[in-house]
Design a protein around this ligand. Structure first.
Ligand SMILES: Nc1ncnc2c1ncn2[C@@H]1O[C@H](COP(=O)(O)OP(=O)(O)O)[C@@H](O)[C@H]1O
Ligand SMILES: [Mg+2]
Length: 230
């Protein structure tokens, strides 16, 4: 019998609280779960339940107070800030609710940005950005600025930027939260393709049950605790 593959995300007894003056406000109390490589997970729960906090911990944007957090073979809870920044750049692509594109850069330049930190030559960067923008259906919008694109188009640029470095994990925090239904469906179809065709592990925070149906599995977060169902 084959032994099951090591999960790409392994979380054990994770805790996180924020300091507010003298008080510590617990956000995540004791989270343990695994995510298998190639999964597409939707993380749901009421506003303030800690979804973004958990996503940011998995993505190495923030650090836990306790517990262990192994992502793609690295215990990221033990890394220094500098090591964590390098680790993020190599392992994780980010998709945000409000796209977070640089307004003074074109669609092409926004997608190229993460590649400027790599050793790729200009011609290779150009080829990769062109391919990524055509994959998201924006080959005819490469010289447009964000202000010249619809919300759905801006999110597609942001998705191209997220996978341009070929990270193993994509994290998305309410990626359809600011979009109409048709644009949201385009974004969800694109995430499904990145999962199915490129094998990206996707962790998507959403409060929209329709969006969550694109995922293979749904986990619910309630008052800092995760449901126990598989
Ligand atoms: N930087 C911060 N400082 C203090 N409290 C925070 C901070 N970020 C989040 N919180 C608090 O942590 C809780 C969970 O926040 P968050 O993870 O953003 O929830 P969700 O994404 O599920 O809406 C909330 O009560 C929020 O007010
Ligand atoms: Mg949130």
């Amino acid at each position: 019998m084959e032994s099951p593959a090591e999960p790409i995300v392994r979380i054990r007894n994770l805790t996180k609280s924020y300091r507010r003056g003298e008080q510590r406000v617990p956000v995540l109390t004791n989270i343990s779960f695994d995510i298998a490589a190639g999964e597409f997970i939707a993380l749901m729960g009421p506003s303030g339940s800690g979804k973004s906090t958990l996503l940011n911990l998995i993505a190495g944007i923030d650090k836990p107070d306790g517990g262990s957090l192994t992502v793609n073979g690295t215990d990221i809870a033990t890394l220094s800030e500098a090591e964590l920044a390098d680790w993020r750049a190599a392992n994780v692509g980010f998709i945000f609710q409000f796209y977070n594109l640089m307004p003074v850069l074109t669609a092409f330049e926004n997608v190229e940005l993460p590649l400027l930190l790599t050793s790729l030559a200009r011609g290779e960067r150009q080829a990769r950005v062109d391919l990524a923008l055509s994959m998201v259906g924006l080959a005819d919008r490469t010289t447009h600025y964000p202000s010249e694109l619809s919300g759905g188009q801006q999110q597609r640029v942001a998705i191209a930027r997220a996978f341009i470095t070929d990270p193993v994990i994509l994290v998305a925090d309410e990626p359809t939260g600011d979009l109409d239904r048709a644009s949201a469906n385009d974004i969800l179809a694109l995430l499904e393709r990145l999962n199915a065709e490129l094998g990206k592990t996707i962790i998507m925070v959403t409060h929209d049950p329709h969006a969550a149906r694109s995922a293979h599995a749904i986990r619910h977060l309630e008052k800092g605790e995760l449901d126990v169902a598989p």
